[in-house]
Structures are given as structure tokens and as C-alpha cells.
Design a protein. Structure first.
Length: 316
């Protein structure tokens, strides 16, 4: 019995080291990318009791999380060495590549069998490349981009679109549910980012159409207040647009989802359409309108600032 107890204890220690479980029984998680979305997502993991290790190029952004109990490490490599699950929430494919494969990148330092969850909005072919890179190294990978902006991120109300192996998703579901209200398994690697791309085409299209309709209505003499009151009750108006009303009415366009990242997402969708041989004339028209709005100085504003661009453009 003593021998069996010793063997059990040995394997218990080995397992704990392999998946790096914290003393509280929660998975020890690394989180890289603490922007307006990542910082809130990481904060919700802390609220659920997970032992969190973080990295961001600008350490100051990690301050609130450190105050809540997170540990800060100086490179993605050091984060990878400390955990068995890493979540990245970064701006674009080049940033993800740098964190994963650049100097002090995480992939060279994760233990075999560890899991990388990339919640960045990237293109499907890029996610598949990262999945292949992980497979060559004996690592697991999920692409798990999110739907939602700052308020849903803060309230753990995000939606996750996930691509990858079902068993990896089942393992990570408690982590994703700590940050969101629903998790959708779309299919194999790359399918999560594919679904996010489809979603954001609709998001941008709805914002562009609504902005143009508002500008035309105001030009015809209908008050902006009445346009809002009627259009937001119409079945043809996307529900999320009600959340943009205060931003448009005040003209502040406080950033929930920056216009420049919407432009990036539409460009990635355009590249993907080219890779697939799919013609998308509407996408390109919206993308170029967004590009002009970004060039006019609105890139750091919320993407609802597209309304302001159309309005000023029609004032001559």
C-alpha cells in the first residue's frame, strides 16, 4: 500500500507540473496582449480565481492586473515557461508572429502538450499556419476570436468562435466561459477566425449603411433624434446600433472598437476572399470608405465615427 501511495503521489506531482495547476486548483494561465479587450478578459480570469501570468510590451498597462494579483514577466518566452496555457489577444498577424516566433517568442518555450489559444482577429490562413507550427512542436492550438467590444469584455459577455480539436476546446471551455457568455465550436483550425471574419463584414456593412442612411435622412430634414427613434425600432436595423447612439449623439466616439482595426479586419477579409477566389464588391466599397475615414484622422476613434466621416464629406 505504501508503494502504491508513493507511485500515486509521484504521478500526481508529475501531472501537476505538466499542466501547471495553481494551489487553488485552477489552471495557471499566461495572457499576452493587454489592450482595451485583453486587459478586461484577463481581469475576468483573475476574478474566477485563476493564477495569471501576463506580458505586454508596455508594462504600465499591466498595472491594474498586477494590483489584483497577476504576475508580470518580461518576455513571452518567460510566460510560456511558467504556464501550460497561453492566451494571446493582439492587434494583427504581424504582432502575433512576433510574440509567437520572434526573439523571446513563446513557441520555443512552451512545454510539449501545452495549449496556445489565440483570440486575436487574424485571417484563417494565418491561423492554420500557426496551428501547423504548433503541431510540428508537439503543441496544441485553438483559434478563438471574440465578438464584443469593451463593455461585453468587461462584463464577461463575449462570444467565442473556436477552431481546433474538440478535446482541446473542452479543456479550455472553463477559461473561455470565465471571459464570455457563449462558446461556439465552428470546426477545425482556422474556422474560428473564418467565422469572425464573416461576422465583421456584417458589422462594418451595418455601420456603413446606417451612417449613410442617417446622413441622408438629416439632409432631407428629418431630425437626428427622430431618425434614431424610428430606425432603432425598425426590424431592418442591426441591434448593436442602439449601443452606438450615445457616441453619435455626443460626437465623442469613445473607443469601443477602433476604426483602424475595423479597416485591418476588412483588409484581411479582402485577402481571404482573394485566396478563395470569391468576388466581394460590397466588401471592397466598405473597406475603402473605412480607409478614407481612417486617413481623415478618425482611426483611433470608435468605428461608429464612420458616421462623422460621411456627414462631413457631404457638407462640402
Amino acid at each position: 500500500m505504501l508503494a502504491l501511495s508513493f507511485i500515486y503521489r509521484y504521478f500526481e506531482i508529475e501531472l501537476k507540473q505538466a499542466i501547471k495547476i495553481s494551489e487553488g486548483g485552477h489552471v495557471k494561465v499566461g495572457f499576452i496582449g493587454l489592450g482595451i479587450m485583453g486587459s478586461r478578459m484577463a481581469g475576468n480570469l483573475l476574478k474566477k480565481g485563476h493564477d495569471l501570468v501576463v506580458f505586454n510590451r508596455t508594462k504600465d498597462k499591466a498595472g491594474p492586473l498586477i494590483a489584483q494579483g497577476a504576475s508580470f514577466l518580461e518576455t513571452p518566452a518567460k510566460v510560456a515557461e511558467a504556464v501550460s496555457v497561453v492566451i494571446t489577444m493582439l492587434s494583427e498577424p504581424t504582432a502575433v508572429t512576433e510574440v509567437a516566433l520572434g526573439k523571446d517568442g513563446l513557441l520555443d518555450h512552451l512545454t510539449k502538450g501545452s495549449l496556445w489559444i489565440d483570440s486575436s482577429t487574424v485571417n484563417p490562413s494565418f491561423s492554420r499556419e500557426m496551428a501547423d507550427e504548433c503541431k510540428r512542436r508537439g503543441l496544441r492550438f485553438l483559434d478563438a476570436p471574440v465578438v464584443g467590444s469593451t463593455i461585453p469584455a468587461e462584463q464577461a459577455q463575449l462570444l467565442f468562435f473556436v477552431g481546433g480539436e474538440r478535446e482541446d476546446l473542452e479543456f479550455s471551455t472553463p477559461l473561455l466561459e470565465a471571459m464570455g457568455r457563449a462558446v461556439f465550436h465552428v470546426g477545425k483550425n482556422g474556422m474560428g477566425t473564418a467565422m469572425k471574419m464573416v461576422n465583421n463584414i456584417l458589422l462594418a456593412g451595418a455601420m456603413a449603411a446606417f451612417s449613410e442612411a442617417m446622413v441622408l435622412g438629416e439632409t432631407l430634414g428629418i431630425s437626428r433624434e427622430l431618425l434614431f427613434d424610428i430606425l432603432l425600432k425598425s426590424p431592418v436595423t442591426a441591434p448593436f446600433l442602439a449601443l452606438k447612439r450615445p457616441l453619435i449623439e455626443t460626437g465623442t466616439f469613445e473607443t469601443q472598437f477602433p476604426l483602424k482595426w475595423m479597416h485591418k479586419d476588412l483588409q484581411l477579409a479582402s485577402v481571404t476572399a482573394y485566396e478563395c477566389g470569391v468576388a466581394m464588391p460590397g466588401l471592397h466599397a466598405i473597406k475603402e470608405s473605412v480607409a478614407l475615414a481612417v486617413r481623415s484622422g478618425l482611426g483611433e476613434k470608435d468605428f461608429s465615427a464612420l458616421y462623422q466621416y460621411f456627414k462631413k464629406s457631404n457638407q462640402g
